[in-house]
Design a protein around this ligand. Structure first.
Ligand code: MN
Length: 476
């Protein structure tokens, strides 16, 4: 099977910038985004969406379930999803329980958005992503998306909760440092716990880690409670943290904790990691489990952090076959990324039949990111997220990497709009960080000119290998 379905490649052209002619994507919401975008000007979202969005602006609330059902109905034909070559529909076929509306208030279908000022303030202070959280939240707010969501404040994860994954001595050490002012006294021990280089330690780290983890846990709880079918925490997604060490800007693994939380109700949980780095901390945590399948797409190249995540790393023991890695090279573009990732996800859904999904949307694979690796745009991320949403499973959406703050804010605002069933106007609205979006002051991200070093033959080989292993799971 040809993963790229070359015969229909022309119709599927996610590389076209938003302001050009309409293009086909996976669903109606995306199509309307593209078709109408060249008429958009700055202004609030709700004013702009009435004509072409399936959610009318005069409706008092967004009916997320309806929208997702629409996606399911309208997006699965072989004409629309051009990478489908085997004539089977791409759709959520599993019978997993979907929130039917019991025990929920009138807002229950709005996506949950985890936010409070302290969460943003603490994330803003983290080295490598200084002020990023504010930029993301401010842009989402400037686009008028807040009123379309249920804003839920985070809570702090307790030590006991963090120890649900992490070693007691590691959490104790973070807590100890939070009470010190002279961190240098603890240099030696800090090294032992990975609290050095990329993970500098200071007395704010413990509070930051407890709050970001609690934010993801709160999001997972909202899904368990049936408050919504989608919950977003852009301040979460710290996939590298290990049981007893910090790693790659990650201190406490909020993803592992929230997957464990979802497992209280859902037997099988799927984790999807779109960050340009391998989701090693999450993979390690569940590599021996058949109840959590992890799928990470990432750059895999000598010297590139963290170095794990090869094609043949597929899990151990009972978890054998439940770890999927999609290792890629520099220059990856939307038009190869989307069909490859979505077709792998389709197969994963088919054989694993997840009952809930956690998707880490690390935006460091975007064109222009200082990681300087992939050449993706917001379209790649939104196509993958929409592909997952059409399964209508409880879905936790998390942030992660993304070191070009303005592009990360663009991408996650775009994703937030798509999750709300809206199309965001092209022009960045005036707001506190407006000047950071120059020189074009537009929402869409354009791909760069860099060469794609992933040959189609190699991508096809990766795809074939993954499908072959997944086929072995089609039992019991
Ligand atoms: Mn990844």
């Amino acid at each position: 099977m040809d993963v790229f379905d070359l015969s229909s490649q022309e119709e599927f052209s996610p590389m076209k910038p938003l302001t050009k002619r309409p293009r086909k994507c996976f669903n109606q919401a995306s199509d309307t985004l593209n078709q109408s975008s060249d008429k958009q000007s700055s202004g609030t979202l709700t004013v702009e969406t009435s004509s072409s969005c399936d959610v009318k602006s005069d409706k008092p609330e967004v009916n997320l379930t309806e929208r997702v059902d629409d996606i399911k109905r309208t997006s699965v034909s072989t004409e629309d999803a051009n990478f489908v070559t085997d004539k089977t529909n791409i759709q959520g076929t599993n019978g997993a329980e979907v929130n039917s509306g019991d025990n929920c208030d009138r807002d229950c279908r709005k996506p949950v958005y985890i936010y409070d000022q302290e969460l943003v303030r603490r994330c803003d202070a983290m080295p490598k992503i200084i002020n990023r959280a504010s930029m993301v939240h401010s842009l989402i707010e400037a686009y008028g998306l807040i009123s379309l969501m249920q804003v839920v404040p985070p809570r702090r994860a307790s030590d006991e909760e963090m120890m649900g994954f992490h070693a007691k001595d590691y959490i104790d050490f973070l807590a100890l440092l939070s009470r010190q002012t002279d961190e240098e006294k603890f240099d030696e021990e800090s090294d032992q716990y990975g609290l050095t280089y990329d993970c500098p330690i200071n007395h704010h780290v413990y509070a930051y880690a407890a709050l970001t983890s609690g934010a993801s846990l709160r999001a997972a709880e909202c899904l368990l409670e049936g408050r919504s079918i989608v919950a977003i925490n852009w301040c979460g997604g710290w996939h590298h943290a290990k049981r007893d060490t910090a790693s790659g800007f990650c201190y406490v693994n909020d993803i592992v904790l929230s997957i464990l939380k979802l497992r209280e109700k859902y037997d099988r949980v799927l984790y999807v990691d779109l960050d340009v780095h391998h989701g090693d901390g999450v993979e390690d945590a569940f590599c021996a489990s058949s109840k959590v399948m992890t799928v990470s797409v990432h750059k895999h190249s000598p010297g590139f952090f963290p170095g794990s995540g090869g094609l043949n790393d597929g899990g151990v023991g009972k978890g054998r076959g439940h770890t999927v890695n999609i290792p890629l090279q520099d220059g990856m573009r939307d038009k190869e990324f989307v069909p490859l990732v979505c077709r792998v996800l389709r197969k994963v859904q088919e054989v694993f039949r997840p009952q809930a999904v956690v998707c880490q949307c690390g935006a460091d694979g975007l064109s222009g990111d200082p990681m300087d690796s992939f050449n993706l745009t917001h379209t790649a991320y939104s196509c993958c997220v929409q592909f997952i949403l059409q399964w209508t499973l409880p879905t936790l959406i998390l942030g992660g990497g993304g070191y070009h703050s303005a592009n990360t804010a663009r991408c996650w605002t775009y994703l937030t709009a798509v999750i709300c069933g809206r199309k965001p106007p092209t022009d960045i609205p005036d707001h506190k960080f407006f000047m950071a979006y120059g020189p074009d002051y537009e929402l869409p991200i354009s791909p760069g000119n860099r060469r794609n070093t992933n040959s189609r033959e190699n991508l096809q080989r990766i795809y074939n290998s993954i499908i072959e292993s997944l086929n072995k799971l089609t039992v019991s």
